[in-house]
Design a protein around this ligand. Structure first.
Ligand code: RTP
Ligand code: MG
Length: 136
């Protein structure tokens, strides 16, 4: 059964010119693009998106980082799209958790600057797609 997930190429990924690389991996996996937009997130959007991390030590830095430059927001769709994109992304820490062959494992070093976001569950995907693409 097809499902949708919310993907971000974070500002570090855009700055480094990795948008095409990320989209190519999504498409090669067999997933489809349902929406795509380059934009600079305002603080309210970033705070809503990362509400689960409010109060954590890295939260303020995370919101600063996500709002600090243009990002690419996408809705990606296909069979098992949510776990499939998490697999492509790799673990949160690009060195300690993500393995080579994943986006974070191939291109990342620091945990904050880990290039991409992907929804972690069906509930998260529904919530996040509403935040970034309310008309979809
Ligand atoms: P994301 O939500 O961005 O897809 O990443 P994730 O599920 O793999 O990781 P999560 O635990 O949700 O963390 C959200 C983002 O916060 C930054 N972070 N920094 N300095 C730190 O210890 C730390 N921990 C997390 C990362 O940008 C991470 O992706
Ligand atoms: Mg997360």
């Amino acid at each position: 059964m097809s499902e949708r997930t919310l993907v971000l190429v974070k500002p570090d990924g855009v700055e480094r010119g990795l948008v095409g690389e990320v989209i190519a991996r999504i498409e090669r996996k067999g997933l489809k693009l349902a929406a795509l937009e380059l934009r600079t997130a305002d603080r309210a959007t970033a705070e809503q998106h990362y509400a689960e991390h409010d109060g954590k030590s890295f939260y303020n830095d995370l919101v600063d980082f996500i709002t600090g430059g243009p990002l690419v927001a996408l809705v990606v769709e296909g069979t098992r799209a949510i776990p499939a994109f998490r697999q492509l992304a790799g673990g949160t820490d690009p060195v300690e958790k993500a393995t080579p062959g994943t986006i974070r494992g191939d291109f990342g070093i620091e945990v904050q600057y880990n290039l991409v976001h992907g929804s972690d569950s069906a509930e998260s995907a529904e919530r996040e797609i509403k935040i970034w693409f309310p008309n979809l």
